[in-house]
Design a binder for this molecule. Structure first.
Ligand SMILES: [Zn+2]
Length: 326
Protein backbone atom coordinates (compact mmCIF):
# COMPACT_ATOMS: atom_id res chain seq x y z
CA UNK A 1 0.00 0.00 0.00
CA UNK A 2 2.81 2.35 1.04
CA UNK A 3 4.74 1.50 -2.12
CA UNK A 4 1.77 2.25 -4.40
CA UNK A 5 1.27 5.67 -2.70
CA UNK A 6 4.98 6.53 -3.04
CA UNK A 7 4.91 5.51 -6.70
CA UNK A 8 1.79 7.66 -7.29
CA UNK A 9 3.43 10.71 -5.63
CA UNK A 10 6.62 10.22 -7.64
CA UNK A 11 4.66 9.90 -10.88
CA UNK A 12 2.63 13.09 -10.06
CA UNK A 13 5.86 14.97 -9.33
CA UNK A 14 7.42 13.87 -12.60
CA UNK A 15 4.24 14.92 -14.51
CA UNK A 16 4.41 18.37 -12.84
CA UNK A 17 8.12 18.74 -13.69
CA UNK A 18 7.53 17.65 -17.30
CA UNK A 19 4.62 20.07 -17.71
CA UNK A 20 6.69 22.94 -16.20
CA UNK A 21 9.56 22.14 -18.58
CA UNK A 22 7.11 21.98 -21.51
CA UNK A 23 5.60 25.32 -20.50
CA UNK A 24 9.07 26.90 -20.32
CA UNK A 25 10.07 25.42 -23.71
CA UNK A 26 6.80 26.74 -25.21
CA UNK A 27 7.43 30.16 -23.69
CA UNK A 28 10.92 30.37 -25.23
CA UNK A 29 9.94 28.99 -28.61
CA UNK A 30 6.80 31.13 -29.06
CA UNK A 31 7.67 34.14 -31.25
CA UNK A 32 6.90 37.48 -29.47
CA UNK A 33 4.18 38.40 -31.99
CA UNK A 34 2.23 35.26 -31.02
CA UNK A 35 2.07 36.69 -27.49
CA UNK A 36 -0.14 39.47 -28.77
CA UNK A 37 -2.81 40.33 -26.18
CA UNK A 38 -6.33 41.50 -27.06
CA UNK A 39 -6.16 45.18 -27.85
CA UNK A 40 -8.48 47.49 -25.93
CA UNK A 41 -10.62 50.54 -26.61
CA UNK A 42 -10.27 54.10 -25.27
CA UNK A 43 -12.90 53.61 -22.58
CA UNK A 44 -11.08 50.50 -21.22
CA UNK A 45 -7.94 52.50 -20.46
CA UNK A 46 -7.01 54.16 -17.16
CA UNK A 47 -7.57 57.93 -17.12
CA UNK A 48 -3.88 58.86 -17.57
CA UNK A 49 -3.78 56.93 -20.88
CA UNK A 50 -6.98 58.51 -22.24
CA UNK A 51 -5.13 61.55 -23.63
CA UNK A 52 -6.61 61.41 -27.13
CA UNK A 53 -10.40 60.86 -27.24
CA UNK A 54 -10.32 60.67 -31.07
CA UNK A 55 -8.17 57.49 -31.03
CA UNK A 56 -10.77 54.86 -30.20
CA UNK A 57 -9.06 51.45 -30.57
CA UNK A 58 -5.71 49.63 -30.72
CA UNK A 59 -4.68 50.25 -27.09
CA UNK A 60 -2.32 47.74 -25.48
CA UNK A 61 -3.51 46.53 -22.06
CA UNK A 62 -1.36 47.35 -19.00
CA UNK A 63 1.71 45.11 -19.29
CA UNK A 64 5.00 44.23 -17.60
CA UNK A 65 8.39 45.13 -19.14
CA UNK A 66 8.50 41.94 -21.26
CA UNK A 67 4.96 42.57 -22.51
CA UNK A 68 5.90 46.13 -23.53
CA UNK A 69 9.03 44.86 -25.34
CA UNK A 70 6.98 42.16 -27.11
CA UNK A 71 4.64 44.88 -28.36
CA UNK A 72 7.44 45.86 -30.77
CA UNK A 73 6.43 42.81 -32.82
CA UNK A 74 2.74 43.50 -33.51
CA UNK A 75 0.66 46.48 -34.62
CA UNK A 76 -1.12 48.67 -32.06
CA UNK A 77 -1.87 52.38 -31.82
CA UNK A 78 1.66 53.28 -30.60
CA UNK A 79 3.60 51.27 -33.24
CA UNK A 80 4.09 54.20 -35.65
CA UNK A 81 5.16 56.50 -32.79
CA UNK A 82 7.71 53.93 -31.58
CA UNK A 83 9.14 53.26 -35.05
CA UNK A 84 9.28 56.89 -36.22
CA UNK A 85 11.52 57.76 -33.26
CA UNK A 86 13.30 54.41 -32.85
CA UNK A 87 14.74 54.20 -36.37
CA UNK A 88 16.36 57.72 -36.25
CA UNK A 89 18.40 56.67 -33.15
CA UNK A 90 20.16 53.94 -35.13
CA UNK A 91 20.49 56.05 -38.26
CA UNK A 92 21.89 59.16 -36.52
CA UNK A 93 24.41 57.19 -34.43
CA UNK A 94 25.59 55.40 -37.59
CA UNK A 95 25.96 58.48 -39.80
CA UNK A 96 26.20 61.82 -37.92
CA UNK A 97 29.50 61.29 -35.98
CA UNK A 98 31.38 60.74 -39.25
CA UNK A 99 30.46 64.19 -40.61
CA UNK A 100 31.23 66.29 -37.52
CA UNK A 101 34.37 68.20 -36.57
CA UNK A 102 36.27 66.38 -33.83
CA UNK A 103 39.41 68.52 -33.58
CA UNK A 104 40.01 70.33 -30.28
CA UNK A 105 38.31 73.66 -30.95
CA UNK A 106 34.99 72.20 -32.18
CA UNK A 107 34.83 68.93 -30.24
CA UNK A 108 32.45 70.34 -27.58
CA UNK A 109 30.03 71.80 -30.15
CA UNK A 110 30.14 68.56 -32.16
CA UNK A 111 29.23 66.61 -29.02
CA UNK A 112 26.41 69.09 -28.32
CA UNK A 113 25.03 68.50 -31.80
CA UNK A 114 25.27 64.70 -31.59
CA UNK A 115 23.62 64.60 -28.15
CA UNK A 116 20.99 67.15 -29.24
CA UNK A 117 20.22 65.21 -32.44
CA UNK A 118 19.79 61.79 -30.81
CA UNK A 119 18.29 62.50 -27.37
CA UNK A 120 14.70 63.44 -28.37
CA UNK A 121 14.27 60.06 -30.06
CA UNK A 122 15.70 58.12 -27.08
CA UNK A 123 13.26 59.76 -24.62
CA UNK A 124 10.32 59.45 -27.00
CA UNK A 125 11.08 55.80 -27.93
CA UNK A 126 11.19 54.72 -24.26
CA UNK A 127 8.07 56.78 -23.37
CA UNK A 128 5.93 55.36 -26.18
CA UNK A 129 7.14 51.78 -25.73
CA UNK A 130 6.59 51.64 -21.97
CA UNK A 131 3.66 54.06 -21.49
CA UNK A 132 1.30 51.14 -20.75
CA UNK A 133 3.58 49.70 -18.05
CA UNK A 134 1.49 48.20 -15.25
CA UNK A 135 3.23 50.36 -12.59
CA UNK A 136 0.56 53.08 -12.51
CA UNK A 137 0.26 56.77 -13.13
CA UNK A 138 3.44 57.85 -11.29
CA UNK A 139 5.70 55.75 -13.54
CA UNK A 140 3.77 57.03 -16.58
CA UNK A 141 4.53 60.66 -15.59
CA UNK A 142 8.22 59.78 -15.02
CA UNK A 143 8.33 58.41 -18.59
CA UNK A 144 6.65 61.59 -19.84
CA UNK A 145 9.34 63.62 -18.05
CA UNK A 146 12.00 61.52 -19.78
CA UNK A 147 10.35 62.37 -23.12
CA UNK A 148 10.35 66.08 -22.21
CA UNK A 149 13.97 65.85 -21.08
CA UNK A 150 15.00 64.44 -24.48
CA UNK A 151 13.30 67.38 -26.24
CA UNK A 152 14.97 69.78 -23.81
CA UNK A 153 18.43 68.30 -24.57
CA UNK A 154 17.79 68.99 -28.25
CA UNK A 155 16.64 72.59 -27.63
CA UNK A 156 19.51 73.37 -25.25
CA UNK A 157 22.70 71.42 -26.10
CA UNK A 158 21.55 70.83 -29.69
CA UNK A 159 21.05 74.59 -30.27
CA UNK A 160 24.43 75.66 -28.85
CA UNK A 161 26.28 75.41 -32.21
CA UNK A 162 23.55 77.65 -33.74
CA UNK A 163 23.79 80.18 -30.86
CA UNK A 164 27.61 80.20 -30.98
CA UNK A 165 27.68 80.70 -34.76
CA UNK A 166 25.07 83.49 -34.57
CA UNK A 167 27.15 85.54 -32.07
CA UNK A 168 30.53 84.52 -33.50
CA UNK A 169 31.31 88.02 -34.79
CA UNK A 170 30.21 89.95 -31.65
CA UNK A 171 32.67 91.21 -29.03
CA UNK A 172 33.79 88.70 -26.37
CA UNK A 173 31.52 90.21 -23.67
CA UNK A 174 28.35 90.27 -25.81
CA UNK A 175 29.11 86.83 -27.18
CA UNK A 176 29.36 85.20 -23.75
CA UNK A 177 26.45 87.25 -22.35
CA UNK A 178 24.19 85.85 -25.11
CA UNK A 179 25.40 82.26 -24.73
CA UNK A 180 25.01 82.34 -20.92
CA UNK A 181 21.56 83.99 -21.20
CA UNK A 182 20.47 81.22 -23.57
CA UNK A 183 21.70 78.57 -21.11
CA UNK A 184 19.80 80.26 -18.22
CA UNK A 185 16.57 80.40 -20.28
CA UNK A 186 17.02 76.70 -21.11
CA UNK A 187 17.48 75.79 -17.43
CA UNK A 188 14.33 77.78 -16.57
CA UNK A 189 12.51 75.90 -19.38
CA UNK A 190 13.73 72.55 -17.99
CA UNK A 191 12.39 73.38 -14.53
CA UNK A 192 9.02 74.39 -16.00
CA UNK A 193 8.93 71.35 -18.33
CA UNK A 194 9.47 68.90 -15.49
CA UNK A 195 6.85 70.52 -13.26
CA UNK A 196 4.22 71.22 -15.98
CA UNK A 197 0.80 69.74 -15.37
CA UNK A 198 -0.84 70.05 -18.81
CA UNK A 199 0.25 69.46 -22.44
CA UNK A 200 -0.04 73.20 -23.19
CA UNK A 201 2.13 74.12 -20.19
CA UNK A 202 4.72 71.60 -21.41
CA UNK A 203 4.79 73.19 -24.87
CA UNK A 204 5.09 76.74 -23.48
CA UNK A 205 8.20 75.79 -21.44
CA UNK A 206 10.19 75.96 -24.64
CA UNK A 207 8.77 79.38 -25.60
CA UNK A 208 11.55 81.58 -24.16
CA UNK A 209 14.52 79.68 -25.68
CA UNK A 210 12.49 79.64 -28.92
CA UNK A 211 11.99 83.45 -28.79
CA UNK A 212 15.70 83.89 -28.21
CA UNK A 213 16.45 81.75 -31.27
CA UNK A 214 14.08 84.00 -33.27
CA UNK A 215 16.05 87.07 -32.10
CA UNK A 216 19.32 85.34 -32.98
CA UNK A 217 17.95 84.54 -36.45
CA UNK A 218 17.19 88.28 -36.89
CA UNK A 219 20.76 89.00 -35.74
CA UNK A 220 22.09 86.56 -38.35
CA UNK A 221 20.19 88.43 -41.08
CA UNK A 222 21.77 91.73 -39.94
CA UNK A 223 25.39 92.59 -40.70
CA UNK A 224 26.37 92.00 -37.05
CA UNK A 225 25.38 88.36 -37.00
CA UNK A 226 27.48 85.31 -37.83
CA UNK A 227 26.70 81.86 -39.15
CA UNK A 228 26.93 80.29 -42.57
CA UNK A 229 24.66 82.21 -45.01
CA UNK A 230 23.95 78.93 -46.83
CA UNK A 231 22.39 77.54 -43.62
CA UNK A 232 19.56 80.11 -43.47
CA UNK A 233 16.85 77.96 -45.11
CA UNK A 234 17.51 75.21 -42.57
CA UNK A 235 17.65 77.76 -39.71
CA UNK A 236 14.06 78.77 -40.59
CA UNK A 237 12.92 75.19 -41.14
CA UNK A 238 14.40 73.74 -37.92
CA UNK A 239 12.02 75.74 -35.72
CA UNK A 240 9.21 76.40 -38.22
CA UNK A 241 8.55 72.72 -38.94
CA UNK A 242 8.62 71.68 -35.27
CA UNK A 243 6.25 74.51 -34.23
CA UNK A 244 3.87 73.40 -37.02
CA UNK A 245 4.15 69.77 -35.83
CA UNK A 246 3.49 70.81 -32.22
CA UNK A 247 0.39 72.79 -33.26
CA UNK A 248 -1.02 69.82 -35.23
CA UNK A 249 -0.41 67.53 -32.23
CA UNK A 250 -2.09 69.96 -29.83
CA UNK A 251 -5.17 70.38 -32.01
CA UNK A 252 -5.60 66.62 -32.67
CA UNK A 253 -5.84 67.23 -36.42
CA UNK A 254 -6.81 65.24 -38.55
CA UNK A 255 -8.27 62.51 -36.25
CA UNK A 256 -10.65 65.10 -34.80
CA UNK A 257 -12.36 65.13 -38.20
CA UNK A 258 -12.32 61.32 -38.58
CA UNK A 259 -12.71 59.93 -35.02
CA UNK A 260 -11.69 56.28 -34.80
CA UNK A 261 -10.47 56.06 -38.40
CA UNK A 262 -6.82 57.05 -37.83
CA UNK A 263 -6.18 55.04 -34.66
CA UNK A 264 -3.19 53.05 -35.93
CA UNK A 265 -1.74 55.30 -38.63
CA UNK A 266 -2.11 58.91 -39.82
CA UNK A 267 -3.18 60.62 -36.58
CA UNK A 268 -1.77 63.95 -35.36
CA UNK A 269 0.86 62.37 -33.10
CA UNK A 270 2.18 60.23 -35.98
CA UNK A 271 2.38 63.33 -38.22
CA UNK A 272 4.02 65.39 -35.47
CA UNK A 273 6.64 62.65 -34.95
CA UNK A 274 7.60 62.73 -38.63
CA UNK A 275 7.67 66.55 -38.71
CA UNK A 276 10.04 66.77 -35.72
CA UNK A 277 12.37 64.28 -37.43
CA UNK A 278 12.32 66.62 -40.46
CA UNK A 279 13.05 69.57 -38.11
CA UNK A 280 16.08 67.81 -36.61
CA UNK A 281 17.25 66.95 -40.13
CA UNK A 282 17.26 70.72 -40.81
CA UNK A 283 19.03 71.34 -37.50
CA UNK A 284 21.71 68.89 -38.62
CA UNK A 285 22.09 70.57 -42.01
CA UNK A 286 22.34 74.04 -40.43
CA UNK A 287 24.79 72.86 -37.74
CA UNK A 288 27.20 71.14 -40.13
CA UNK A 289 27.24 74.29 -42.31
CA UNK A 290 27.75 76.52 -39.25
CA UNK A 291 30.57 74.36 -37.88
CA UNK A 292 32.25 74.48 -41.27
CA UNK A 293 31.79 78.29 -41.36
CA UNK A 294 33.19 78.74 -37.83
CA UNK A 295 36.12 76.48 -38.70
CA UNK A 296 37.05 78.69 -41.65
CA UNK A 297 36.27 81.95 -39.78
CA UNK A 298 38.51 81.01 -36.87
CA UNK A 299 41.40 81.36 -39.31
CA UNK A 300 40.29 84.75 -40.64
CA UNK A 301 38.43 87.86 -39.49
CA UNK A 302 34.64 88.26 -39.25
CA UNK A 303 33.28 90.49 -41.99
CA UNK A 304 36.19 89.98 -44.35
CA UNK A 305 34.43 87.28 -46.32
CA UNK A 306 31.10 85.67 -45.49
CA UNK A 307 31.57 83.24 -48.36
CA UNK A 308 34.92 82.13 -47.09
CA UNK A 309 33.84 78.50 -47.05
CA UNK A 310 33.80 78.36 -50.83
CA UNK A 311 37.53 79.14 -50.91
CA UNK A 312 38.35 75.77 -49.39
CA UNK A 313 37.41 72.92 -51.73
CA UNK A 314 38.36 70.16 -49.28
CA UNK A 315 35.96 71.37 -46.57
CA UNK A 316 33.33 72.27 -49.12
CA UNK A 317 33.34 68.78 -50.64
CA UNK A 318 33.33 67.23 -47.20
CA UNK A 319 30.20 69.18 -46.25
CA UNK A 320 28.42 68.56 -49.54
CA UNK A 321 28.99 64.83 -49.10
CA UNK A 322 27.87 64.95 -45.51
CA UNK A 323 24.59 66.63 -46.43
CA UNK A 324 23.45 63.63 -48.36
CA UNK A 325 24.03 61.42 -45.30
CA UNK A 326 20.90 62.30 -43.33
ZN1 LIG B 1 5.49 61.23 -29.04
Amino acid sequence: MMNTKTLETESNESITITSTINKQINKFTTPPWKDMPDLLTWKDMPEHLQFNPYVHTGYRPLQNVKGCLNSLFYMHNETINILTHGIPIVYILATVPTVLFWDNSFRFLSWCHLVGAVSPWCGSFVYHLFMNLERGETVYYRLLQLDMFGIWMSQSFGALPFVTASVFCLSGFLKWLTIISYCILCLWGLHKALTASSPWQRRLCFALPFLMRVLLTILRISRFGGGNPTAMVHVFLQDGVSVFGGAIGAMHIPEKWFPGLLDVIGNSHNIMHILVVVAVYSMHQATVRDLEWMWTMSNSKCGTSTNHTFDIPLINNFTTDSHSEL
